[in-house]
Design a protein around this ligand. Structure first.
Ligand SMILES: [Zn+2]
Length: 327
């Protein structure tokens, strides 16, 4: 568990604090914000396989602890911004579809929970869209109105801003399924039902099986690792392990293919990369910049590839902006 705070008092008892809740597959992040200032935040284990409603008591307790920390109280809460790793109807503030996480989400009345517990409105949004809002208003995307955000992690998420408007589409899917763009039509089955998605070619959930399927795996140095994650992959690739180097090249090519498709589809000026895998941005960013520069069709110039400014907390900042823009 991590916990961080700054010494800002929300002050005065006025309704000016936003509660941000970011429901990820591995962690739930919780924050208190005031107009782009992150007053305090923490993350707790998600236990997402136990469902969403089972998490409510732990979320409520963690928010109470954060309010105590900043010397605030529930009367000062303006609203809640909730981001979710799945498809979300942001008109009705309901979860539409989950992917093996929080499976009772679509049957859960989030706004009724917020009303009953904190007597305030709740606004829900897909987590990549929320992170994009946060980076656009308070992070790497400030001043740019045409952005694609891609999160590289356990899965791969994406969101799109065109001319300052979030792309949602009729069924709230538009721009969110970049991780499920086909980058290898001969590829293996993805959790979404499609084959050869960017996510099923190069993501944290897929990496262990990808490595074990490599014919040279048993003789490779990465075979000695207990956890087959991207940290191990980058480490062994830098030591010139053949299997790790080939797999890294494969993953970079898969990400480049997905990102170039997003550039061709959505015409952004900037790609913001976020997510746990970007902890190795020193390796990933230059390689992706080279491939995009070589392969993308952008006669107007070059798309700027950059990493998120608030890699852990983009969605918390986005929640703050969303709530204030809705009220
Ligand atoms: Zn897929």
């Amino acid at each position: 568990m991590t916990e961080q705070s700054q010494n800002h008092s929300p002050g005065g008892g006025a309704k000016e604090v936003v509660i941000a809740i970011d429901l990820g597959g591995t962690f739930i992040k919780l924050g208190l914000l005031n107009n782009g200032q992150l007053l305090a935040w923490k993350k707790i284990e998600a236990a997402s396989e136990r469902g969403l409603r089972a998490q409510f008591p732990r979320i409520e307790k963690a928010v109470e602890q954060l309010l105590d920390k900043i010397g605030g109280n529930p009367d000062e809460v303006l609203g809640i911004g909730l981001s979710f790793a799945g498809l979300v109807d942001s008109d009705r503030n309901r979860i539409i579809s989950t992917n093996q996480k929080y499976d009772d989400g679509p049957d859960t009345d989030l706004t009724a929970w917020a009303e009953a517990k904190w007597n305030c409105p709740l606004f829900a949004m897909n987590d990549a869209r929320m992170a994009l809002l946060g980076e656009w208003k308070y992070g790497a995307g400030q001043g740019c109105a045409d952005i694609v955000l891609v999160t590289l992690g356990t899965g791969i998420g994406s969101a799109v801003l065109i001319n300052g408007e979030l792309l949602t589409g009729k069924h709230f899917q538009a721009g969110n399924l970049g991780g499920h763009f086909t980058v290898n039509y001969k590829g293996s089955l993805c959790t979404c039902g499609n084959k050869g998605c960017m996510e099923s070619e190069a993501s944290t959930w897929r990496l262990p099986s990808l490595l074990r399927e490599h014919p040279g795996f048993k003789q490779s140095s990465i075979n000695n690792e207990e956890v087959l994650d991207f940290k191990a992959l980058f480490h062994h690739a830098q030591k010139n392990d053949k299997v790790a180097s080939e797999m890294l090249a494969h993953c970079l090519s898969a990400w480049a293919a997905g990102i170039i498709t997003m550039i061709h589809a959505f015409d952004p000026e900037m790609i913001i990369l976020s997510g746990g895998i970007m902890k190795s941005s020193a390796i990933i960013l230059p390689a992706l910049k080279d491939k995009v520069s070589q392969l993308a069709w952008t006669p107007w110039g070059e798309v700027k590839l950059t990493e998120a400014k608030h890699s852990d907390t983009s969605a918390l900042y986005g929640a703050d902006y969303l709530v204030r823009s809705k009220l």
